[in-house]
Structure formats: C-alpha cells, structure tokens
Design a protein around this ligand. Structure first.
Ligand SMILES: [Mg+2]
Length: 256
C-alpha cells in the first residue's frame, strides 16, 4: 500500500507505563501536586497551611470535573487552565491575594511541574525506536497525536528518549483543544503534515477506541495495537476494516 504518512498515538502505542494502575497514576499526580504547591509557596502565593489545604481541595475538584467534561465533550481542558481557575476561585474567596502579576507562562510552568513525575514513568516499547528509524528512511511524514492535558510533557518525554527528531508533527489535545476521537484533531494533524487531501494514504496506529474510531471518522487507515491487558471502562471498537497488530514494528509490513 502506498503510504504517505503515519500518525502514532503516544500512550501504550509508542510508550508504556510499567505496571499501570489507577493507584500509580494517582501517586504520580500527588507527587506532582506537592511540587507545584512548592512553587506557589516560593512565590508567596500560598502561605498558610489552611490556604494550601483549600487549594488542594479546589484543584482536585476542578481536575476531576475537567476530566469528566473532557471525556464527555471531547474538548480538552489543559492542566495550566485548571491551575489558573483554581487560583482564581481562591482570589474570589479572598483566601489569597490578587494574582494580576501572573502570566500564562507561570500557569504552564505549574502544569509542567505537576506532570513532571510522568516523565520518569513513560518508557518506549522495545521496538519503538527501531520502527521509527526504519520509517524515517522511507519517503513519508511521521506524526503523533496524544490526548494529554499538557503539551510539554509529551515533548519532554520524546526528547528524553531521543525520539523527538523523528516527528514532523506533534499534536496534543492540550494544544489543539479537542480530543480523539473528534475527527477535527485528525484533520488538523493532516493539515500540519501537508497531507490534508491524502487521508486514505495515511495510517493511524493506536491502542484504543479513540484512535480507531477517530481514524475511521477521518477516513484514515487504522491499525490497532492490541494490548495484552485491558483498562477499566474500555469501549468496544465497532467499526469495520481495521488491522490488528501485537507489536508496533509490525506496522512496517503495511508500508512499501
Ligand atoms: Mg494510547
């Protein structure tokens, strides 16, 4: 098949989390939140213990509601905005002083710190680098689409493992605003790849419903990386004509 481009998903397609569990995710975010609070303390935004406790409560509530909303509406609420909104509530309640002097970069920094724990946890699969190296020798574009609320985290992980250089385009829901399977995030990626009128010559490779359904809606060729383990609340993939593979390297079998 003449393939002009390949789009990969990030989590559990190119990278994995060792022994993934809900507890491990929560543990990671707890560490990240403590580090973000340290930065807020350093800038004298959070001072008293009572304000810190209040902030934790508001942030967690905002994060949970944003997560639910993002799944339901396919709109991403970036972590930086959750920090901004949580602190705004505290200003309105007079728990902390006005934050006029803070700029967007500060909220992005808080989000980067919050997600930094993840950067140590995500590891490339054994054949990820080799597959990308082989694809890079072919005349095609390589892109990545990740449903992630913080763009820099994805870039940092790719840089850390010397994989950033393989990608012509990196799109996250944090930056674009919509999540997979919304077809618009795929159309946006195709446009950035310069291949907007070549959807049927593009492979989308991912490990779950959002990747395959999104690919179907955007008229891309879908390849499902069939994981051994299942996550809770996974949806059945009820579209025809997608290919299943067990290892990311098998994608090379579908490209001339
Ligand atoms: Mg995934």
């Amino acid at each position: 098949m003449k393939v002009k481009g390949v789009i990969f998903d990030f989590g559990f397609t190119l990278f994995y989390f060792d022994e993934p569990s809900i507890e491990k995710y929560f543990e990671c975010f707890k560490t990240g939140l403590i580090s973000s609070i340290d930065l807020l303390k350093k800038h004298n935004i959070l001072k008293e213990k009572i304000a810190i406790e209040d902030f934790i409560k508001i942030f967690k509530r905002k994060r949970a509601s944003s997560f639910k909303k993002s799944i339901k509406t396919k709109s991403e609420i970036p972590t930086s905005l959750i920090f901004q909104n949580a602190l705004k509530i505290m200003v309105e309640k007079n728990t902390i002083n006005d934050l006029d002097e803070l700029n967007d970069q500060f909220y992005v920094k808080l989000a980067n710190i919050y997600h930094s724990c993840e950067e140590d946890e995500w590891i490339p699969f054994e054949n990820t680098k080799d597959t990308l190296e082989k694809l890079a020798l072919k005349n095609l574009k390589i892109a990545l689409i990740s449903n992630h609320p913080n763009h820099k985290t994805i870039e940092n992980i790719l840089i850390k493992h010397d994989l950033f250089r393989f990608f012509d385009v990196i799109v996250t829901s944090a930056k674009f605003g919509k999540r997979k399977p919304d077809p618009n995030i795929f159309f946006h990626t195709l446009k950035k790849m310069g291949l907007e009128s070549h959807a049927n010559s593009i492979i989308m490779c991912g490990d779950e419903y959002a990747d395959i359904i999104g690919a179907y809606r955007a008229n891309l060729k879908a390849i499902l990386l069939d994981r051994k383990f299942k996550f809770p609340f996974e949806k059945d993939i009820d579209v025809p004509n997608y290919i299943k593979v067990k290892d990311v390297s098998e994608i090379l079998n579908f490209i001339d």
